[in-house]
Design a protein around this ligand. Structure first.
Ligand SMILES: CC(C)(COP(=O)(O)OP(=O)(O)OC[C@H]1O[C@@H](n2cnc3c(N)ncnc32)[C@H](O)[C@@H]1OP(=O)(O)O)[C@@H](O)C(=O)NCCC(=O)NCCS
Length: 258
């Protein structure tokens, strides 16, 4: 077997295999028939194949496309397995395991790989653990709780991550860990732009090097609890009233570390 960059012509077959793979999750804890966004959409897959921030691979067994793997990143050498699937006819034959090894070889400078999967999934959790991922925390931003996994490829502090004292005004895509020492709010505010009612809370996030204000909006607020440790991915920083503030971007993640 091998992996190759997917092309637009592959979108149909990739979608068929993806739909079948995710729908078979109903036997592994899924609350119903379905899958992640776009799992059954040729347009979604075609869009992701074209997306220059992602690398979309097809998994080949001879000439047959038997699955797919979508690679993203959240910073330099902080790699994300956005999605992997194998056609149910070919499952449990080590294709998923071999695919990870081939993908890792394509990104030799990666410090680490991360991914999330639903807690209910009785197939993906043992699968990711079997290829060496270790649970680092949980996510709560969907209707289901997610298990967040990491696999460190190198020792030492990943270059994409920041200590709090290093965080600078206008820094984008910040990845940082800290303790939630204080939460002020939530309080209601009206959007100055749209007049919409919003909820906001101010969190003090601290590590051994310092503290920073983390501003949470709406459905981000219940994801963060006092006296827990969290990791933020895709944090954005600006100065407001002479104070550094970080918000979590649209593509960001809030992970409660366990
Ligand atoms: C998860 C998935 C990619 C695994 O691919 P695969 O090629 O079947 O996996 P492998 O054969 O390499 O399995 C490696 C190990 O994972 C674990 N595993 C795989 N399938 C499992 C299952 N049904 N039940 C329990 N453990 C399982 C086992 O430890 C297995 O080793 P073993 O066969 O020696 O016991 C595949 O099941 C899939 O496409 N699932 C649906 C889509 C999905 O949920 N994708 C991930 C979310 S993005």
């Amino acid at each position: 077997m091998e992996i190759q960059p997917a092309t637009i012509e592959d979108a149909g077959t990739l979608t068929e295999t993806c739909k079948r793979a995710f729908e078979s999750d109903s036997e592994f804890g899924a609350p119903g028939l379905g899958g992640p966004p776009g799992y059954d959409s040729v347009e979604w897959n075609a869009d992701k194949i074209r997306n220059r921030y992602l690398n979309f691979y097809k998994i080949l067994e001879g000439k047959e496309i038997v699955g797919g793997f979508i690679v993203g990143d959240r910073g330099p050498d902080y790699m994300v397995c956005e999605r992997i699937w194998v056609n149910p006819d070919h499952m449990r034959k080590s294709i998923g395991t071999k695919t990870f090894k081939l993908v890792w070889n394509l990104y030799p400078s990666a410090d680490l790989w991360v991914l999330g999967t639903p807690e209910w999934n009785t197939r993906t959790n043992p699968f990711y653990q079997s290829v060496g991922f270790v649970q680092i925390g949980k996510t709560h931003d969907y209707s289901w709780d997610g298990i967040y996994y990491e696999k460190r490829m190198k020792e030492g502090f990943p270059k994409a991550m920041s200590r709090i004292e290093e965080i600078r005004d206008r820094q984008q895509r910040v990845i940082v860990e800290g303790r939630v020492e204080r939460i002020v709010g939530p309080r209601s505010v009206k959007s100055r732009r749209t007049g919409e009612d919003l909820t906001v809370a101010d969190v003090t996030l601290s590590d051994d090097t310092g503290s920073i204000k983390l501003v949470l909006w709406n459905n981000q607020i219940p994801q963060v609890k006092i006296d827990t440790s969290i990791r933020i991915e895709e944090g954005h920083v600006k100065t407001y009233r002479e104070e550094l503030q970080m918000t979590v971007g649209q593509w960001g993640m809030i992970i409660t570390l366990t």
